[in-house]
Design a protein around this ligand. Structure first.
Ligand code: ADP
Length: 612
């Protein structure tokens, strides 16, 4: 591209140079011709003036013979002619008024033809002086002839003509030399002019060349290009205008790019998946969330037809019907790739820039979690109602029976009142646990971290549980190093371990053993940095154990392996789910290992220091 411009430009430069040269050449030629003519004219004028003077002198020095015979006169004139030739080295001819040659320095008069017809002779006869330039065939050179009419002093009558002839070869030689000198001089001037005009042309075309190159680069969207300042003339002005235009375009492009970037980062950081499809069915926009939700990368999708996304069959059908009907679609659909998800789809036809046919904009939202949560909430409400109903029904039933007359039998009344008391306790515990759980879930009360001496902390708990364990003859054991401090919320950590220990006691038959152990372990950090120090607290019992199939569910709310047993032990079915939540609030993990009939082990790992 640039070289073509260069070629065009140098052609233009050549043309410009040629034009300059032509103009200069013509003026130089005109000047040469004028000078040559002027020189020639002046030279001839001087020469003929000189010859004229000579003629005057000659006719005064050797007057025309008036008397004597013709032969004598001829002889005299001839002798004069020869003598003069010797003196002045010029051919001299004496001519009679009738044109007859009477004497000549170079030829015998008798051999010469009549000269009356010669131009200079005719002029001299008419006006006294005549002049002519002619080619002499005899000498084969150009000659200047000057003729003078000799007059009689008294009568004024023309006596004859004296003519001087001089070869012009000397004049012509000097003229030739002058021409050569002139030509050489002009050539030098011409060469100089060529150089100057080339430079002038260059100074005109170079900025133009630069501008053309710059303009082409601008057309190729390179707006950083600038033209160097080319002075104050129109070309400089044009350069500045182009620069201003480029700066403007650069600003605008920058603005457009920035906007594009903003838009891109908005799209990239949106939680919703955004897909835009052109009227031709080709995907134009496919943001990061769309990549995650639909399981393919933007670079595999953008520019290609939406129908290629074969895994998303249901979605394809919806897009197809969107194109067919041109109506917006709001629907929930399940996708199974890359994993099962419930997506909410908003599909709207949108006008596209370059086409009259509309494209489609799809906004996809993952509502799996929301739906799951909704389901969990409604299940929870159903569970809570169910759990509350049982004790309330019991309280109501026994109260009614008492009122119906049982109150009169003190024995029965006492046992009924005991049941009512137990059920109210249960109700109270249940409501307490539900409130606790909702408080933890809504994160209304943030944890208060402080260092805890774990050994003495656990020791106190075991002491507190001592009477309960003693009732079932269960031995409580503690295995923890001295001076093991952990950063935790003391009350919450208490809830965690107390819950686990109480479960251990509840689900262990008489004579069994419940043991709590604490050790420091090092675990790999998630980012692969330095290993983090954790405290592992293990609560194990020699109880009934948990069947394998129930293990994954025991941290769910209200989940119990054996409802009746849990009820009789006073459990609410919420203990472990509260424990799990609290452990997670401490950025820890909990898991369980168990074997039916052998015992269960709950393993908690908590960070030694809370540096989150
Ligand atoms: P609950 O109040 O019924 O004890 P939890 O949430 O504390 O409720 O426990 C859920 C269920 O997990 C219990 O009903 C019980 O079946 C089982 N479970 C918990 N801890 C133990 C244990 N140490 N040994 C055997 N089963 C247990």
């Amino acid at each position: 591209m640039a070289s073509r411009t260069g070629a065009h430009m140098s052609k233009f430069r050549l043309k410009l140079t040629a034009l300059f040269m032509l103009l200069i050449g013509l003026s130089v030629l005109a000047a040469g011709i004028f000078t040559g003519q002027f020189y020639k004219h002046n030279h001839l004028e001087a020469l003929s003036n000189h010859m004229e003077t000579q003629l005057h002198v000659l006719s005064a020095a050797a007057p025309w013979p008036k008397d004597g015979s013709k032969a004598a006169r001829t002889e005299y004139l001839e002798a004069q002619a020869i003598r003069f030739k010797e003196l002045a080295d010029m051919r001299i001819t004496y001519i009679g008024t009738d044109g007859e040659v009477l004497g000549d320095s170079d030829h015998a008069p008798g051999t010469m033809d009549n000269h009356a017809g010669r131009e200079e002779v005719r002029e001299a006869l008419a006006s006294g002086l005549g002049r002519s330039i002619r080619h002499s065939d005899t000498l084969d050179e150009n000659m200047l002839y000057v003729a003078y009419a000799v007059k009689d002093g008294q009568s004024g009558q023309t006596l004859g003509i004296v003519r001087l002839a001089m070869s012009l070869s000397a004049v012509e030689n000097s003229l030739d030399r002058m021409w050569i000198a002139l030509a050489l001089g002009l050539l030098a001037v011409f060469a100089l002019a060529a150089l100057v005009s080339y430079r002038v042309a260059l100074s005109v075309t170079r900025p133009l060349e630069r501008m053309t190159t710059a303009a082409k680069r601008m057309a190729g969207m390179d707006y950083k290009v600038r033209i160097p300042d080319a002075g104050k003339d129109e070309i400089g002005e044009l350069g500045r205008a182009l620069n201003a235009m480029a700066a403007n375009l650069q600003d605008h492009m920058g603005e457009i790019r920035r906007n594009e970037l903003h838009l891109q980062s908005v799209l990239d950081h949106m939680i919703s998946g955004v897909v835009m499809i052109g009227p031709d069915g080709r995907i134009r926009i496919y943001n990061r969330s769309a990549e995650l939700l639909l399981g393919s990368l933007a670079r595999e999708r953008v520019g290609r037809s939406y129908t290629e996304a074969k895994q998303q069959y249901e979605l394809l059908q919806l897009i197809r019907s969107g194109f067919e009907t041109g109506e917006p679609i709001h629907e929930e659909l399940t996708v199974y790739y890359p994993e099962e998800r419930l997506l909410e789809l908003h599909l709207v036809p949108i006008p596209m820039d370059d086409d009259t046919a509309p494209g489609l904009l799809l906004v996809l939202q993952d509502v799996s979690a929301i739906r799951r949560l909704e389901r969990m909430r409604s299940e929870f409400v159903a569970n809570v109602s169910h759990e509350l109903k049982t004790p309330v029904a019991a309280v109501k039933g026994f109260a009614e029976t008492l009122l119906a007359g049982a109150v009169n039998d003190p024995e029965t009344a006492r046992s009924f009142l005991k049941i009512i008391q137990d059920e109210s306790d249960r109700l109270n515990r249940l409501i307490g646990d539900i409130l606790e759980l909702s408080k933890i879930e809504s994160r209304r009360s943030p944890l208060q971290f402080s260092p805890i001496d774990l050994r003495s902390f656990l020791d106190r708990q075991l002491e507190f549980l001592g009477p309960e364990a003693a009732k079932k003859e269960i031995s409580l054991e503690l295995d923890a190093p001295e001076e093991l401090f952990i950063e935790a919320d003391e009350d919450r950590l208490g809830q965690i371990t107390l819950n686990l220990l109480q479960n251990g006691i509840s689900y262990t038959p008489e004579g069994g053993r419940v043991r709590v152990k604490a050790v420091i372990v090092e675990t790999e950090s998630e980012e692969g940095g330095d290993p983090l120090e954790h405290v592992r607290i293990t609560v194990s019992d020699t109880g009934i154990g948990i069947p394998k199939k129930d293990l994954p569910r025991i941290f769910e709310r209200f989940y119990r392996v054996d409802k009746a047993r849990s009820r009789s032990s006073g459990g609410t079915g919420l203990g472990l789910s509260i424990v799990k939540h609290l452990v997670e609030l401490h950025h820890g993990t909990i898991r369980v290992e168990s074997m039916v009939g052998v015992g269960s082990t709950f393993i908690i790992e908590l960070p030694l220091i809370q540096d989150y």
